[in-house]
Design a protein around this ligand. Structure first.
Ligand SMILES: [Fe+2]
Length: 231
């Protein structure tokens, strides 16, 4: 079985389409999703509609998804983050049924799969919505949390940067971001798991189309310009 692990799509339908095409070509037959399906990008409705067209085995919520429904998850945002949130919230309110899939998972930022000792978490086990761990940070606390929970593999999103860390047979993987990479490479990022093999994939996509959608939504320049630089 080949599992495609996708995170942080952020309403970028162009990037999602490219990743789905690539993952099918790579033989992926199972999909695990690590949250932040919408917000920042200009195509929240299209993104949620597309996610309903195929079978997703595991789907957890990110902070951006939960913020739309749960007061307790909201946090202060930058001015452009605030603008994006207001746009997305208005779209969700006008198209509530289109987002019902999201509504059912917002209380679920973490999922444990006992048969393979795998933990999916958007942020970190201690702070599943907002906890940010990036490549270069000290992973000791994360490995300790894995030991306590008998986790062999932890899949995490949120930082929009891809990495793989190993210790004593345990592994931590971040597949990077499908729709808003921030590691200096603008190509969409995701991972394929095939047994013990981890394949990091980068996929070119129609960045111009994604940038247009953000402009049409009336969102700040910063949000589409960063797609071109992957920052
Ligand atoms: Fe995100």
């Amino acid at each position: 079985m080949r599992t495609a692990v996708l995170s942080d799509i952020h309403a970028n339908i162009q990037a999602l389409e490219a990743v789905l095409k690539d993952s099918r070509e790579q033989g992926a037959d199972r999909f695990w999703m690590l949250g932040d399906y919408i917000d920042y990008g200009g195509s929240p409705v299209e993104t949620m509609e597309r996610l309903e067209t195929f079978d997703i085995s595991q789907m957890i919520a990110g902070n951006h998804d939960a913020c739309l429904y749960l007061e307790s998850v909201r946090s202060s945002a930058t001015p452009h983050g605030r603008k994006a949130y207001e746009f997305t919230r208005a779209v969700v309110r006008e198209n509530r049924r289109r987002f019902s899939m999201l509504e059912t998972i917002v209380h679920r930022p973490m999922a444990y799969i006992p048969e393979c000792g795998t933990l999916l978490v958007h942020g970190t086990p201690e702070d599943p919505y907002w906890g940010k761990f990036q490549a270069g940070d000290d992973p000791e606390d994360l490995f300790h949390a894995m030991e306590e929970r008998d986790v062999r593999l932890m899949l995490m999103g949120h930082s929009h940067t891809s990495f793989l860390l190993t210790k004593d047979g345990r592994r931590i993987i971040n597949p990077g971001s499908v729709g808003q990479p921030r590691d200096g490479c603008p190509e969409a990022s995701y991972v394929i798991l095939d047994g013990d093999t981890v394949i990091f994939r980068r996929v070119k996509y129609d960045i111009g189309g994604a940038a247009d959608a953000i402009q049409k939504a009336g969102l700040p320049e910063y949000l589409w310009q960063r797609l071109y630089t992957g920052r």
